[in-house]
Write a protein that binds this ligand. Sequence first.
Ligand code: URA
Length: 430
Amino acid sequence: MNTVEIINKKKYGEVLSYDEIKHVITGYVEGNIPDYQVSSLLMAIYFNGLTNQETSDLTEIMVNSGDQIDMSFLNTIVVDKHSTGGVGDKVSLIVAPIIASLGIPFAKMSGRGLGHTGGTVDKLESIKGFHTELPLDTFKEQVKEHGIALVGQSGNLVPADKKLYALRDVTGTVDSIPLIASSIMSKKIASGADSIVLDIKVGNGAFMKTVEEAEKLATAMVEIGKKLDRETVAVLTRMDQPLGDEVGNANEVIEAIKLLRDSDYSKDIYDVSVEIASQMVLLAKKASTIEEARSLVSDVIANGTAYKKLVEFVEAQDGDITSVNELKVKQSIDVLSDEEGYYASVNTQAIGEAAMLLGAGRETKEDQIDHQVGITFHVKLGDAIKKGDKIATIHTNKQNNDEVIQKIKKAMTYTTEAVESKDSVIKIIK
Ligand code: URA
């Protein structure tokens, strides 16, 4: 097969066959096709797109490029979740023990944070002793025994995505819907998911800035699921302010604990967590209606069963949950409002960047993060705020925090007219 002809076909907007896509992807993974030819094809895909069939073919070929985890020994439907990433997104920490406490295995491989968004593995590593790397056999045994395990991505899962993503990153081809959809879905399928719930974040703190873009991504992924026989539901959720009150690592774990142990939470993080968990319960066939699923989920939060499961999970991975009861930082500094009015908007990405400046996130994969630092917000969009009100508190180990404080203040805007608060769950696509 001729690689240049395949590039030309896509350049002219023609549809590629399974074998043509396979030729390029396997040739690239094996080192027989160079970066420059794949870059060129990626750019042609960026401009001309892929059909649903091409996107699912690409996904299947990517899945087959490496190892696949077989979870069939559980003899049940394995449901996974994925978030497209946001600021303050601790939903996995909350949903994992909820799902496991309902007898649905939760076996997840999670990512680390990069840029302004955080990663579940980093958050869990703020718990003293917690191991995020487990040999595959131990991971499986833990799921069998405790019904729950959460580790970092490792091994040879979807090597095609590792190579393609690195290339997309430096060739301006990350923001292509079929490429994002196949990248995410291939990793979920390779890690053993039968059914998948996608939390697609929408807003100024997310990859997808508008509902229209998010719908396109959601539909592309749901279609892949249909073609590859993995029931997939996408939940579009708002990311136009940090989710919940905490942005960081240890402080986000504390927030998850407070929600599960004390029923102490902000409405947005509760609503999103309950919706994602309920959709998972439905896909696992543990409820026949979404109302029934929601009632099961809210019960295990309210009666403490989910919190007990969280403690069991942390202990199974050698963590000491009591180690995160308090932040160990040099200082916590309140940020006071210089303005007055209704809190109308926030540049959420700038908040993620402010947390990164404190050391809570990393700019490059090699950067070390400080798990203890972060930001607590005391206000949500729509709140009436007076001059001098405490809007946030930064937890920091740095001497000079002026830049961070100014960044937070500058990110927030106020109006004189009352602002209507919006539901955090926007819509479901299946
Ligand atoms: N996350 C992924 O895993 N892949 C993408 O392409 C984009 C976001």
